[in-house]
Design a protein around this ligand. Sequence first.
Ligand code: GLN
Length: 199
Amino acid sequence: MRIGVLALQGDFARHARALQKCGSRPSAIEVVEIRKPEQLEDIDGLIMPGGESTTLLKLMDAWGFVPALEKFHAGGKPIFGTCAGLILTARDVANPAQFSLGLIDVGVERNAYGRQRESFEAAGTAVLDGRPVPIEMVFIRAPRIRRVGPGVETLARHGDEPVMARQGSVLVATFHPELTDDPTVHEYFCRMVKEAKRA
Ligand code: GLN
């Protein structure tokens, strides 16, 4: 199984490390840093990491990533967007409005925690494959999911608010699971990729 991490900007290296940990169990995972759209053809799933979404958009545009990502998604291959990666995959973006791929029917507000709580850690519970599991969450200038469309399943909340969600082959989180030692969320995404590959 080959999983790519979009390596244009942001904390892609930590995602690669988290994926390698999943690979030590059942079947080995090859992690590929994706810098050119053609590379998407050779992978089974993709992580879009946190970083700065405006910068990522500029780089994606410059390299012609938008049509390639649309094709990747249309082919049913799983995508996991964390933080800025979620902002890029969402249907609507506010504060300010900006282009997004619209691969998951959620509305997000950028930098939505204000100055006091720009970055913080929290423990929470996700419901994955029907079972509640504890997860660690690191929020860094995180967006908030303000709207969840009818086809979207909320997998984790912080307080009352959704912080992790899934619609079909697209998984998103407002936090950074790659900055913790907790492999739960990456393992879940690896299972999504495995299942999509088998289908
Ligand atoms: N604040 C960033 C943005 O709006 C996202 C931050 C992150 O990815 N940690 O793009």
